[in-house]
Each structure stands twice: as C-alpha cells, then as structure tokens.
Design a protein around this ligand. Structure first.
Ligand code: ADP
Ligand code: ZN
Length: 293
C-alpha cells in the first residue's frame, strides 16, 4: 500500500510517500507560504503517485473532530493566511482518497507509538521543545483528542524566584511555552540557544521548567514513557538534569520502578530521530484508510 504523508509546519511542509511499515520511499520539502501558492505544489507532489490515503500532521490549533462543522480546518493560528483554512477539504477534492488529520505533535506521538520509542506503551507522550512547545498523547496507539486536542505546552508552571523574564506566550505570557520555548530562551538570555551551551544556569533553569511540566503530565496521564524532541533538546545535557529534577519533584510519590529505578529509559529522546512527525503522518494515512480513526 502507498501512503502520502504531510508534516505541515509554519515554516516548511514536509511531503513523503511511504508504506504501511513506515518506510519512506520519497520525500520533498516546500516552504510554507500562503495556501494559494503552497497547496498546488503539495497537490502536485501527491497527485500522480497512486497513493491510497493521505495523513496530515498539522500545525495548529486545528479541528480534528469529524463531527464538527469546522473539521479539517486550521483554526486560530497566528499564521494569518492559514487561519480558518480547510486544508482537508482542499486535499480531499483534489485527491479523492481517505485522509487522516491531526496535530503535528499527535502525529509525532503516533509515529513514536507505531515504530519508535513509545512502542508498546499504553499511554505515551511526545513533547517537542522548539519554536513552540507541543505535546501529543497516544493511548493504545490512538491520538488523544477529547474536546479539541491537548494543548499541554501552555500549562501554567511555577516561575523560579531568580527568573525575571516576563515570558513570551502571546496568550499567557509565562506559561510553559512562554518560559521554556527556544525563542523564550533566546529572548531571556539575549543569545541564540545553541550559543549558550556552556552557560550552566541557562540549562538548569530550562531543565527545571521542563521537569515541572513532565511531573504534571506524569501525575495527570500516568504515561508509560515520555519522549522529548525539538530543537532545544539538541542540548542533550538537558536529559540528565530533567531526570534528576523530575525525581526530586515527584518526591517518591509515584511508586513505579520505571521512574524510581529506570528513569533513563523513561524520559528519552525520539526513537525516530527527526522523522517522528512524517512517519506519524504515514500512520495517520494508514489509519484513515482502515477506518481506525
Ligand atoms: P520548530 O519548532 O519550528 O519545528 P525546531 O524544533 O527545530 O523547529 O525548533 C527551533 C528552535 O529550537 C529554535 O528557535 C532555537 O531556539 C532552538 N534550537 C535549535 N537548535 C538548537 C540547539 N542546537 N540548541 C538549543 N536550541 C536550539
Ligand atoms: Zn501559552
């Protein structure tokens, strides 16, 4: 079976053709411009490939609820040309095949659950810490939606006493994303994040905020494992700091060996490298074809 996949991001659109095992047979990247310019290029890419289904992991917020009047829309995005744009309808009319549609982070969680570090997890969480902070949750191989979809990058956490930064989230200022995204690090310290590698207080503070968020997710969702990805996590010294602080903040309350004895295997980098999102989009296409979503 041939499956089309689109990882739709605010700066680039990654298109791929894959199969039901998650192998990528062909891939091309297009810059994200306006729908008028970009959509015909994407449709051209998929048009003559003979794909059976398409999966879209999309920047958001989106409406993934099939019963809703605005299903398939990118809704309240600050990327204005795409605001209230029905991306599913455009592809559906052009390609006339089943389409799976979800957030970029739910797609990444799904990819990790199908073929990566969240395999065999009843509850798996994928977090990207990059330009924004996004959280995808997979339960028994299905992305979690509920009301709309989780927006757990915007949870409220305790600001450290020594942190005078006001926060960068346009909606909540000092939510998790407002305090810990890549741009927040760069705004607070006045340097590119990758140029701050040797400044320990940067990563100490960053690890603290990430650990607080993880503790909240552990307490709310009881995940079997947590995957951390995104540009900021290229600072791999963060992993040890985060594991230490999660252990400290949990205070021995969650009595699981996965956390108490094996935290190195509990909070982990992506299993699929940079491909979690695009492979998850392949999986979304597969699930749409088989009516699994
Ligand atoms: P996006 O979130 O836009 O999909 P990324 O996950 O690559 O993209 O995140 C980009 C952000 O991650 C940049 O704005 C930068 O702040 C941060 N970043 C990228 N590379 C590094 C690095 N090596 N170390 C620390 N931060 C980085
Ligand atoms: Zn916010």
């Amino acid at each position: 079976m041939k499956i089309g996949a689109l990882e739709a991001g605010g700066t680039k659109m990654v298109c791929a053709i894959g199969d039901e095992d998650g192998s990528i047979l062909k891939r091309e990247v297009f810059p994200t411009q306006t729908p008028d310019i970009t959509m015909p290029l994407l449709i051209d890419f998929f048009m003559d490939e003979g794909i059976d289904a398409l999966g879209i992991g999309c920047f958001g917020p989106i409406d993934p609820n099939k019963c809703s009047a605005t299903y398939g829309y990118i809704t309240s995005t600050p990327k204005l040309p795409w605001k209230n744009y029905n991306i599913v309808k455009t592809f559906s009319e052009a390609l006339n095949i089943p389409i799976g549609f979800d957030t970029d982070v739910n797609a990444a969680a799904l990819g990790e659950a199908a073929w990566g570090a969240l395999k065999d997890c009843e509850v798996g969480i994928y977090i990207t810490i990059g330009t924004g902070i996004g959280v995808g949750v997979c339960i028994n191989g299905n992305p979690l939606h509920g009301l709309i979809h989780p927006e757990a990058g915007h949870i409220l956490i305790r600001k450290m006493a020594n942190d005078n930064y006001k926060g960068k989230c346009p909606y909540h200022s000092d939510c998790f994303e407002g305090l810990a995204s890549g741009p927040a690090i760069e705004d607070r310290w006045g340097k590119k994040a990758y140029d701050l590698k040797d400044v320990p207080e940067v990563w100490d503070l960053e690890a603290d905020y990430i650990a607080q968020a993880l503790v909240n997710y552990i307490l709310c969702y009881s995940p079997n494992r947590i995957v951390l990805g995104g540009g900021v996590m290229h600072q791999d010294q963060l992993f040890a700091l985060i594991r230490e602080k999660v252990t400290e903040y949990l205070g021995g309350y969650v009595r699981s060996d996965a956390i108490i004895k094996h935290i190195d295997e509990y909070i982990v980098p992506t299993g699929l490298g940079e491909d979690s999102g695009i492979k998850g989009s392949i999986r979304l296409g597969y699930m749409a074809y088989h009516n699994l979503i």
